[in-house]
Design a protein. Structure first.
Lengths: 465, 465
């Protein structure tokens, strides 16, 4: 009997402290033993009635690829409007975004070692890459294994060559997000550096943890003042290993043929849905990217984030939470091939002088959640740390990261505290930006658990900030 | 410069404390800032040179199903001996285990609602179940939804019926290991209770988180004094839902035909390999089950555990660790259909009076690790807690559980401290004990990360206990 009283007493006290807390202005750390029941309610609602998984099936299997400036993206926006409504969003609107029109067209890569025959290699043109105008571009391949080597190359070495950048993801780094960012940030993807030195083309080893031969897309970067924009493409890991081996003993030629071309700009839309706040007009924003690559279902990247954001709204409605602040979902246009959607939204927030108090992103795939990365002031971070114990039963323990992924990152310039869902990353870069990123790679419970923890975090922010 | 000194000093001091510590008898918590480098060495070795994934391919695709008392299991033991040798085990031997011979044979289930037609339903006989002697067993089905209902059934209600136990796994429990154990422990799988009351047969809804129609196997339990052993089988979730719906409005008959039969006993083997201790004869034992169900590759259950245990030995050898205590791997016979392997090993340890100081199991699938469950005295647990910070960069944060899974559990009777790898459980019961538990469901990095953390834990035990 004593034991029961000991448990009930702190619960009662903390409830009392919490209701008192609303009266003071500055948010304070939540007292111990408080929100367990609310967390469980949210979790039960999502696991029992969550629609995120079925929604993801509709988006990936029903609509499929939804690359910017394509009919697939237009279908995705219509679907998003309908589903935000079904989730319970009260205000839904579309926001005009100017996006580049880039058409992949036909593409092929052949290689020839020494006096051997031409051999087809599986490849993908990089997003926004120039093509070869449908003509064969043939040149000797020059192997480059790391960043310093690339930077040190002289014009004489580079001139008229096709450069093969063979920089693998480091398998010894436990978080694949970290190893990916190291490889991607190394600027190896810049076609500008070597274009200026007279290279004819760029072949890049795909940034992936997989060991098969599927190529993984990426956007190419030219500098604004680049006069020569060289064609850039990527090949799978097996082809890269094979090419590396060949190049160690002999001359290898590449024959690239790409009809890829940029055709100006068009209008796409961010899709926005919200439940207005009952107390004030402050905004808590959740975001995910609505587009995918032109050949990909984009199930983990980022169909998962899209349906999880919708699930947060649905759960708030289903549990009849009367949210203090506006809870808004923004589904961004063209995240993969330029990022105009996120810039447009950030500019809109600035212009309208909307007060955003928190932004949450989910763009690392629908895997089991492990934490929230907090890209905000130490003061703000310390307001969230005391909530850790509520999250622990849901597998969320990591609040130590301080990054936010691209779609919410422009909001940082507006001093908005950012958070990003941290998930188990071991599988992500096996599929990322490839044709393998399909619905069957997403596990229903992992996806729902992520949506659960996102809802729990938004709930805490809404009640306490 | 000051910063560097501040870091180096504690490292030096803690190294000093550690070497002093070996002189005293009682193990003490490890001082801060110590084993980071060793942990990283282990991780790098496993991620760069680990053979666990390729070994799992051999076991699942090369050998395939390895049910006890079948040629598949014999092949698996030969393979295990060879691979333990390759991993660097110095002593390798086989341990005789008497196992039951049970042959599934042909099996079918049909149902007929009202005056409708007979319809085939996908099913699996339960392990060790009696058959129908190849004859049709036809009877009305009685639906039972929970444990209490089953226990309360009267002889009149049960007599001559086929009982359909339709108890689902609770989707709202975050850890699927917990929800599975609740459903499994509920004794719903006992054919004895209803056999004694005159039932003719037992149909059980598969214990799975999946929503498809694949049946998931389980072993049936008869009481030793059971004179009537009724046939028991399982059906997938979709069939279970359909059957439940039919039974709510009409009489449904089942026609079971199973040639399953038990044919006495035979000899199988536990396979054991070890690296002898350089300091003493105390033993640290790692275990996994070598067998699988007769229709299953058993990739997660428990091929993953088998190759992870081998990886621990291989890594100790590759890093030239001079282990203080003997590090032994035991691969258990017939874990799925009786558990004779684990009992034989425990009896051997007792008889030989071997001093085991620690037992670690990995039997929850090759998913990303999240912690170690510690089934040991609070005093022992407190010796491990200070190591948490070393494990955190590898995603290991949960040391709060206190269970151990079946294959190492008999060692508890000998007062041996037990630990079990805790992994991300969301996907496990989608595949567990079904034909879907195949090699392609295992992610290489997740499997290797598990092997890494197992090696790290064994390293810490070896150095500090």
């Amino acid at each position: 009997m004593k034991k029961i009283l000991l448990i009930i007493l702190p619960l009662f006290l903390s409830g009392f402290l919490f209701s008192q807390k609303k009266l003071v202005k500055k948010p304070k750390p939540v007292p111990k033993f408080n929100y367990y029941d609310e967390f469980k309610k949210i979790s039960d609602e999502v696991f029992l009635h969550g629609t995120a998984y079925d929604n993801l099936g509709e988006l990936t299997k029903g609509i499929g690829p939804r690359f910017s400036a394509t009919p697939g993206y237009t279908k995705a926006t219509e679907w998003a409007e309908k589903n935000l409504k079904e989730a319970g969003a009260e205000n839904i609107w579309k926001q005009e975004v100017r996006v580049p029109v880039w058409i992949r067209g036909k593409e092929s890569l052949q290689i020839k070692a020494g006096n051997g025959d031409w051999k087809n290699i599986r490849m993908l043109s990089f997003g926004n890459s120039e093509g070869t105008g449908g003509k064969d571009l043939t040149a000797d391949i020059l192997l480059v294994n790391d960043v310093q080597e690339l930077v040190n190359l002289t014009t004489t070495q580079v001139k008229d060559k096709i450069i093969f950048v063979n920089y693998p993801i480091d398998p010894t780094i436990v978080s694949t997000v970290d190893s990916y960012l190291i490889a991607a940030k190394s600027k190896l993807l810049s076609a500008s550096v070597i274009g200026k030195k007279g290279a004819k083309g760029l072949i890049i080893r795909s940034l992936t943890t997989a060991t098969d031969d599927v190529p993984h897309a990426k956007q190419v970067y030219y500098e604004p003042d680049d006069k020569v924009k060289i064609p850039a493409l990527t090949i799978g890991v097996q082809s890269a290993n094979e090419l590396e081996k060949l190049l160690k003993t002999q001359t290898v030629k590449a024959k690239i043929n790409m009809t890829a071309e940029s055709k100006g700009e068009t209008i796409n839309y961010n899709v926005i849905g919200e439940i207005p706040g009952k107390k004030d007009n402050k905004i808590i924003v959740l975001g995910a990217q609505l587009d995918s690559w032109d050949f990909a279902e984009g199930a983990h990247d980022d169909g998962s984030g899209v349906v999880q954001c919708m699930e947060v709204l649905r759960t708030f409605k289903a549990l009849s939470y009367s949210n203090n602040h506006t809870i808004r979902v923004v589904l961004y246009a063209n995240s993969e091939n330029g990022g105009q959607g996120r810039e447009t939204y950030a500019a809109y927030v600035k212009k309208k002088e909307e007060k955003h108090i928190f932004a949450l992103g989910s763009d690392s795939g629908g895997y089991s959640p492990r934490g929230f990365s907090l890209d905000m002031s130490p003061q703000r971070r310390r307001l969230i740390f005391p909530w850790k114990e509520y999250f622990l039963p849901y597998g969320i323990y990591d609040f130590d990261q301080t990054y936010a992924i691209q779609d919410i990152s422009p909001l940082k310039r507006l001093d908005i505290p950012l958070a990003e869902m941290v998930v188990d990353t071991q599988r992500y870069f096996d599929y990322h930006h490839s044709e393998k990123d399909t619905f069957d790679k997403v596990n229903k419970r992992e996806l729902l658990l992520g949506a659960t923890t996102m809802t729990q975090l938004i709930f805490m922010i809404d009640k306490n900030w």
